[in-house]
Structures are given as C-alpha cells and as structure tokens.
Design a protein around this ligand. Structure first.
Ligand code: IFM
Length: 813
C-alpha cells in the first residue's frame, strides 16, 4: 500500500492518504526550540529539552488515536458541521475529505479540502526563534458565501518537566493557570514563586522560576477562548468531538487547576473565491514577549508583507544549502532521494537531538550517549564539517583521562570537573556506573573522516580538556583511548567487553572479551598508526604495529572458527558465536568489522561475507545473528529478554546493515552492497508501507526478523545510528567519495547495471562536478579520471590539482 510519494524537486515527502500505518513525522526547529509533528499535526514541542522544557503534551504509544497535537478546527456555522485542518482528530470520511501533508526540511505543510473549503497550514519554527508558526490560509472555493468559526487549539503541559506533568498530578495540576490577553492565551506556571526557592516536594531539580507559554493569533480577531482543556473538549469526549466546537463556540473559561490549553475561536465569513490568512503562534515566553511576537506578524499582515512566507523560505534556504554540499543523480531515484534529502536530513536530526525526543523517546534521556553521538557525527561530516567539529570537540572533552568515554554527556556538559563512573556521585546522578568498551574507539573513524573532509590536519594538535581533569592534544586523546582498551583485556588478549560493547545487551564484564571491540581496536590502531606516521612519531608507529600484530595473531589463534569470526568469550570461558553453538552461532558484526577494520582481507573476507549472505540475510536486511537466543542468556546475553527475532535478539538491527554495505564495497561487491542498501532503504518500501509501518523516508532502529509474526515491520523512527552508518556506506562505499589528507579518491562500488551517474560535491571550498562512466559495466575499479580535460591514472585527485570549479570524469573499468 502506498500513502505518499517523494517530491524530489521540492525535497519533500507528500502524504496523500492520511491514514498512514503509523504517525509519519517530521522535526521542526533547532536545539533551542524543538517540535515534532506528524502528518496529522500530532506531536509535541519543547524548549531545549523534551524532558525538562516540555511545553505541550503528547501521548506516546497511542497509535490508535495518535493525539494530541497542533489542531485547527473549522466549523460551518450554517449547519454545525465541523472538521479539522489535518485529517486527525475529527477524521471525516476520506471519500469526502481530501488531505495532503508535505514534510520538508524543517517545515510541514498540511492542506485539507472539505465541502468547498480549502485550508493550507504551514508549520515551522523560524530560524533562531523560540516559538512556532502555524500559518493558516483558508479559502472558499465554492459558489456561495460561508460563515465559519476557526479554532486553533493546543494542550499545554502543566509543568516544564515531562514526568511531573504526566504523573505528579497531585502537584502539577495546581500550579498552572491561564489568562486571556486579547489576541493570545498566556499560561503561567508557578506564578506564586519558584519551586527551587521553595524546595517543593515533588518539584524537580531542573525547575526554577515561574514559566510562561503563549498561544496567540495574528491577522484575526479572537471571538472567544478557552484556557481549560476539559471545558474545550468536555467530559467523556475527545479531540475528535470537542464540546466547544460542537456547541458553536468557546465559553471564555480560563484554566485554574485542571489542565491548561490554548483554544482560540475566530469567526469569519468567506465569500466565493475569498481567502483569509491568520497565523497562530505558540511558544514559551511571558505576555510581553508574546505581544511583541504577535504584533510583528499582525503588522506584517496588515502591510501585506508575507513575513511567515519569507521565514519559511529562509529555512528552506538554510537546509537546502546544507544538502547542496552533496547531490547525486543515479539511475535509482529512491537511492538519490535518501542520499540527497532524507537520509541526510535524518543524519542532522539525529546529530542534533541524539536520542532525546521522538514518538518513542519521551525526552527523559536528557543527554548524549557517547558512542551514539560520536557515530552520529560521521553522518554529517560530508555536508557540514564545521558543525561536526564543534560536536567532536565536545565529545573529546567528554573523554575521561583514563581514555574511556563518559557514558552520558549532559547537554550542559562542562569539562574538567565531571565525576567519572568510578565515583559514586556520577552513578547517583546518571544511573550509569560502568564503562562501555567501545565508546572512545568511535573517535578514530570520526576524527579521521573529519580531518580528511576538512583538510584540517592541525586538528590533531588541538588541545582539548578531558571530562574529569587535565587536557591534552587530540592525538594524545586518541592514544589514551587505545590505552583504555589495552589496560582492560581478557585471557586471550582481546579487549574486555565491560558493561557493553556496541551491543547494549552483551554484558561481558571485565574478563569476558568482545570481538567487536577487538576489531574496533585493530581499526583504531591502524588509523592511529597513520596519524603517528604523518607526524613522524616513529616510536608510536612501532607501538601501534606491535599491538596490531599481536591482535592479529590472537584473532587467528582464538577468534577464527573455520568459517566465521566468533562474537566473544564470556568470563566463564564460553565462546559466543561459535559454529557449534545451538543458538546465535553466526553473528553479523564480527564478520563485517573484520573486513572494515582491515584485519580480514582476501579469501577470508569473501568467505565471511558469503556466510552472512547465506545465513543471515532476509529480504528486509540481515539479522544481527541467528538462531535467536532462547536458552542461553542472562546474565551475559541480555537480549534473550526480547522476543525472538526482535531487536538485539536475532532481529534485523538496521545500524549494522550500514556496516554490511560498507564491508561489501570494501571487497568490491557493488551488486551486493546495493542489494543490502535496497533491503533497508525506507524509500524502497514506499509501495509496501503497510509492511514496514515506519515513515518511508526515515530509517528505523530495527526491523523484525524471520522469527516474528511481523517480519519486515520496523521500529523506533528517526533517532537511530542507522542514519549515519547507512549514509557513510552510501557516500563513502557505494558512491566512493573518499576524501584523503591531500586530495580525494573517487572510487565507486556500484551495481554493474549502473552505466552512468553524476554527483556534485563541495570539497573544501571547491566544486566537483563528477560524472561517472561505467559503460564497462563493472562493480568496482577506476581506470582513470579526467579532471578539467587532464587525464590521471587511478582514482585519486590531488587537492593542489583542483580549480575552484572542476569537471571530473571517472572512467570505471
Ligand atoms: O549501540 C546501541 C546504541 O547505543 C543504542 N541502541 C542500541 C544499539 C545496539 O545495542
């Protein structure tokens, strides 16, 4: 089933059937003011944090009604019929009601058509602002005049803190009230004083001063209002049939205790063909701020200045110019849509919001997970390396002086005096008292990619503080990260798996060993060796060589199982992922990481990838391992808690699929890399959206494997490491764009059937217009480049040889 399609030209996804298998969402705003909105205008808004800056309510996990949201009701006062500007919440029959939702980069436009009334609502957060705009145009396309009431409505939280608002009702309901101020409703929380000063029981450590929110309208007179949700909706009703709308108008009831909302009624008459515009404004701020914002739009409207339209264009311009840094045109539109727009946009959203707020994450994970964030950075380096660097510096400053990563980096992280997991205070504050084995090792590919994309080799010498004490160069941070794992090894000489490696469900402890981390360490050593050699640090080169050789030998001696690499060793000496095991005998990640790290090459690389293809692959991606755990499990293999075929228990965990694609490109299998890409390409499921369920323009965390009742159904949208690994695999692996210290390699690994494609890339201020000629029909291999008419053997373009604008022909064969 299909519910929408890509509009490649406008960089939008257009949903024409609103009864999507799940709410299909978009992200608006910035880290200062974030808003999540679905195709039916549901979702929530927050200032800085979904946990402690929550301004509107949303009920998670309620697909059956998917509410509440940013609602606009329209009532025909001639007969009392009413509907909503988005299909939800009133849900008029779809043969009478037409709707179109256009999700774009940081904006969403929802249109409706019902009984000759057309609405068009643009939802967005203007650049650098702390409020959101719902710009409504309403038009009478019929032949007779219409008398209508329009109601804008939003449900506020009663407390800035999500948890207090949701569960601490004996408290939070009694600190909120609303005032009507002519063109807006002002909600005030804690008007009588600050919780912090009063040390209120049930208050929350993030809370301080009174807090204000507003919901107003520009370009229209408010005829009536309600500030109390339960009055607007009425008892034993719901958003689909609010009492106020049904009765023909609001009752001017403010909130005082109970549940605050903003509901504004505007009465209009529309002559045939007439259109009116009004702009609803929602945000955090006191009456003065609200008045100023609303006045700005009022003035613009009365001067016929399309302020909201200009702001929307500014947003598009910002986002599109970011995306412009890489644009491709291959024979596969669905591949292009992801690389050019949606996977790229998702990478930015994941980068900005980490795992904080979505329709799955309520916001309480109020910080940056080390490994997730360092990987997220990789997804945007090719599009905005400056932004990437800022976050990379932050993450280096969240490395502890012993080399390990801080498990949770608070949004307000201040390096230099943070407690470590070794101290009880840290555990008390974060609930995290252990190290993950992989955290700081993610810095290696990320730092390398940043330096190679930007050309900023001096970064390696930049001095950055540690989280707990002291400071040192990036180079030394990296060396210390390796040391962290060398200092924590098991009996075979592999790194201990500690509290978790990449896999949150593997608890191998201080003696059990992780092969994932062993390969990561090998990879880190080889990157570090490269850095050391460029710096001329001979003893560090020898040090890295020695450890790589030692690791390599241990891998051959203990981790190679004849046809595969094992996953690890428990403290009790059990081998996880051995071919003789009854359960979980073949794991994906050690095979792909053996190849990515360079530890396995030649025949062995081919063999392990072939095993993966034959034993783990499904039409929706490769399973993390197989067979699922049923008996073996706790305390080490905690994924046994998940139903078989799900998430880390033999599910198709999507992030590793990116590594699988990349590994196949390393060994030169373009056809297979592309096959794997397609298996999890959201766009490739556009016509079978009912199977995948999630947005066809967004990667999810995991897809159900062959053991479940819903093989192919995907879960956990938007905020997932899948975004960055698949992006890296596509750009670096399939398209073969591989910046290097002093130039760039263009070495595609593509399906043989792609005879021709083109790419435009901005590389350190230079424009590369790349055309790839694969009339030879190979999967990998470049005979020569022709750069601005000059032929060069191989696939390397030196930076010095590039002009400001370059025409590059890549001839494969
Ligand atoms: O690697 C983790 C990630 O940090 C959070 N989600 C699950 C992944 C695999 O366990």
């Amino acid at each position: 089933m299909q519910f929408g399609q890509f509009d490649e030209f406008n960089r939008e996804y257009v949903i024409t059937r609103p009864d999507t298998p799940a709410p299909w969402c978009n992200y608006l705003g910035s880290v200062d003011y974030g808003a999540i909105i679905s195709n039916n205008a549901t979702g929530y808004s927050f200032v800085k944090s979904g946990a402690s800056g929550r301004i509107t309510r949303f009920r998670l996990n309620s697909r059956s009604n998917d509410q509440p949201g940013r609602y606009i009701y329209i009532r025909d006062n001639s007969d009392g019929d009413y509907w909503s500007g988005s299909w939800q919440p009133v849900c008029k029959p779809l043969d009478l009601y037409k709707s179109e939702c256009r999700h774009g980069t940081a904006y969403t436009i929802i249109k409706s058509q019902y009984r000759d009334i057309e609405t068009n609502t643009s939802y967005f957060v203007p650049l650098n602002k702390f409020y959101e705009v719902w710009g409504l145009r309403i038009k009478n396309s019929g032949a007779s005049a219409r008398t209508l009431s329009v109601f804008g409505m939003v449900e506020f939280t009663n407390h800035d803190h999500y948890e207090n608002d949701t569960v601490n009702l004996q408290y939070s309901q009694f600190i909120s009230k609303t005032y009507f101020k002519g063109n807006h409703i002002l909600q005030v929380i804690n008007e009588n004083g600050s919780e912090a000063a009063a040390d209120v029981d049930g208050g929350c450590d993030a809370m301080g001063d009174p807090s204000f929110r507003f919901f107003g309208v520009a370009g229209a007179e408010v005829a009536a209002f309600d500030g109390e949700r339960d009055v607007f909706i009425g008892n034993y009703r719901n958003y689909g049939n609010p009492a106020a709308v049904e009765a023909g108008g609001c009752s001017n009831t403010p909130a005082y205790n109970g549940n605050s909302c903003g509901a504004l009624q505007i009465d209009i008459t529309l002559n045939p063909g007439e259109e009116k515009e009004m702009i609803f404004l929602l945000g955090a701020g006191d009456g003065e701020i609200a008045r100023e914002i609303i006045n700005t739009y009022d003035t613009a409207l009365s001067n016929n200045t399309d302020l909201a339209g200009q702001q929307l264009e500014e947003l598009k311009h910002l986002w599109h110019s970011r995306l412009e840094n890489l644009q491709i045109d291959t024979p596969d539109d669905k591949f292009d849509n992801m690389v050019n727009v949606w996977n790229a946009y998702q990478c930015f959203i994941t980068f900005l919001w980490s795992r904080a707020a979505s329709f799955q994450y309520c916001g309480l994970r109020n910080g940056l997970g080390y490994r997730d964030t360092v990987q997220d950075i990789q997804g945007i380096i090719h599009l905005d390396y400056r932004l990437a660097k800022e976050r990379l510096c932050l993450m280096l400053s969240a490395q502890i002086s012993n080399g390990g990563g801080l498990p949770l980096v608070k949004f307000d992280h201040v390096p230099g005096k943070i407690e470590t997991p070794d101290e009880s205070e840290y555990a008390r504050k974060t609930g995290q008292s252990f190290y993950r084995a992989d955290d700081a090792l993610w810095l290696f590919p990320t730092v390398m990619t940043y330096i190679k994309e930007s050309g900023d080799w001096n970064f390696i010498d930049e001095v950055i503080p540690y989280a707990d004490r002291g400071q040192t160069s990036v180079y030394n941070h990296l060396k210390q990260a390796i040391q962290f794992n060398l200092d924590r090894q098991g009996p075979h000489g592999f790194p201990a798996g500690l509290f978790a490696d990449w896999n949150d469900c593997l608890r191998l402890g201080t003696k059990g060993e992780s092969m994932f981390v062993a390969f990561q360490l090998y990879h880190a050593l080889s990157i570090f060796r490269d850095f050391a050699s460029r710096k001329g640090y001979g003893s560090d080169v020898e040090w890295a060589d020695k450890h790589m050789e030692r690791l390599s030998k241990a891998i051959d001696d203990f981790a190679w199982d004849g046809t595969r690499y094992v996953r690890g060793f428990t403290e009790a000496g059990y081998t996880i992922g051995s071919k003789d095991n009854e359960e979980a005998s073949l794991w994906l990640n050690p095979q792909t990481w053996a190849v990515i790290s360079g530890a396995a090459g030649g025949e062995r690389a081919g063999l392990v990838l072939e095993q993966v293809y034959r034993k783990l692959n499904t039409k929706y991606g490769a399973m993390l391992f197989y067979p699922a755990f049923k008996k073996f499990g706790l305390p080490v293999a905690r994924m046994v808690l998940f139903n078989e075929g799900t998430k880390e228990n033999a599910g198709i965990f999507s992030q590793p699929q990116g590594w699988l694609i990349l590994a196949e490109t390393i060994v030169g299998n373009g056809n297979r890399a592309y096959e794997y890409f397609n298996e999890i390409n959201p766009a490739a499921m556009n016509e079978q959206a009912e199977i995948r369920v999630l947005e066809p323009y967004v990667h999810g965390q995991a897809t159900e494997g062959i053991d479940t009742l819903n093989h192919g159904r995907s879960h956990v949208h938007w905020l997932t490491g899948t975004a960055s690994t698949v992006m890296v695999a596509a750009v670096n692996g399939i398209l073969g764009l591989q910046p290097d210290y002093d130039g760039i390699n263009i070495n595609p690994c593509i399906p043989a059937a792609w005879k021709y494609f083109s790419m435009t890339k901005h590389f350190r201020g230079k424009l590369l217009n790349i055309k790839v000629d694969n009339s030879a029909g190979v999967e990998k291999g470049v005979k020569h480049l022709i750069i601005n008419g000059k032929k060069l053997v191989g696939c390397y373009a030196a930076f010095d040889g590039l002009s400001d604008k370059n025409d590059i022909l890549v001839v494969m064969g």
